[in-house]
Design a protein around this ligand. Structure first.
Ligand code: IPE
Ligand code: IPE
Ligand code: MG
Length: 250
């Protein structure tokens, strides 16, 4: 074990057990707008502060040895928000990616994106491609950002791709099993989330990772996303460690 790894493990709070940590954490970062409203600020200020909360969570996951983090940044339904807010978010994603790329490369983060990326503004697509390319050989934490993501849309595009293969005679209908299906999802190659965290008290999935979360443990906190900090994450992990994951067995 290297000196650096020793330090990382020591950083794990004493009441968390390394061997029972989730391998993959997914998060629905909700409540930015309400956070801003409570401060008497415009909604966009909540999104700005939300970026800081995400950066802290990524660092925390990395320090504590969690292998993968997936964050829901923008849903296929979020296009229905006021144009001004949508434009702000697209510009914010682009700026944050540009600003954080060097740090992600240095910290050995491998960044991935899931969602219908072709529908995003060209400048954001370019920033996405650059960050994916420049971190593709990193073997530290896998950080996936769901952008213009919809679980139903993901399942539909997988069905279409599989149907085309069947039509071309490359695949037989009875060969379509869970493994084949998973390989056609955006998330192909990443294990399913063990733990889903949703902030702001909402108790719904909002079209997030519908296939992948069949057996994820769900943790909901009333804390609004910009206030979600290390302490809050520790609470979520402690709760997770008390769960009995039965997967349908006894
Ligand atoms: C989550 O916060 C961020 C995005 C969906 C982009 P919201 O913007 O949904 O905040 P609330 O739910 O309105 O408070
Ligand atoms: C889910 O939050 C999407 C993201 C966090 C990106 P929403 O705020 O859009 O979800 P609903 O509308 O409350 O279900
Ligand atoms: Mg919301």
């Amino acid at each position: 074990m290297t000196a650096q790894q020793t330090t990382q493990l020591q950083d794990l709070p004493a009441d968390l057990q390394k061997e029972f940590l989730p391998k993959h954490v997914a998060v629905i970062m909700d409540g930015n707008g309400r956070w801003a409203k409570r401060q008497g600020l415009p909604r966009i200020m909540g999104h700005k502060r939300g970026v800081d909360a995400l950066k802290d969570l990524l660092r925390c996951c990395k320090d504590w040895g969690i292998e993968a983090l997936t964050a829901y940044a923008f849903s296929t339904e979020n296009w229905g928000r006021p144009q001004e807010e949508v434009d702000f978010l697209m510009t914010l994603f682009q700026r944050v990616l540009r600003q954080e790329l060097r740090e992600m490369v240095k910290e050995n983060v491998q960044i991935k994106f899931v969602g219908n990326l072709q529908a995003l503004p060209g400048a954001l697509q370019a920033e996405i491609s650059r960050s994916v390319e420049e971190t593709q050989n990193n073997r530290g934490i896998r950080f996936t950002v769901a952008t213009n993501y919809g679980g139903r849309q993901e399942i539909l595009q997988a069905c279409r791709a599989i149907a085309e293969k069947v039509q071309q005679g490359l695949l037989q209908p009875d060969e379509i099993d869970e493994g084949v299906f998973e390989r056609h999802l955006y998330t192909s190659g990443t294990c399913d989330p063990d733990l889903l965290i949703r902030t702001s008290g909402e108790m719904r999935l909002s079209n997030f990772l519908l296939w992948q979360m069949a057996y994820s443990e769900i943790y909901i906190t009333d804390t609004l996303w910009p206030d979600f900090n290390r302490q809050e994450f520790m609470r979520a992990l402690s709760a997770y460690q008390c769960r009995d994951r039965r997967f349908g067995k006894v």
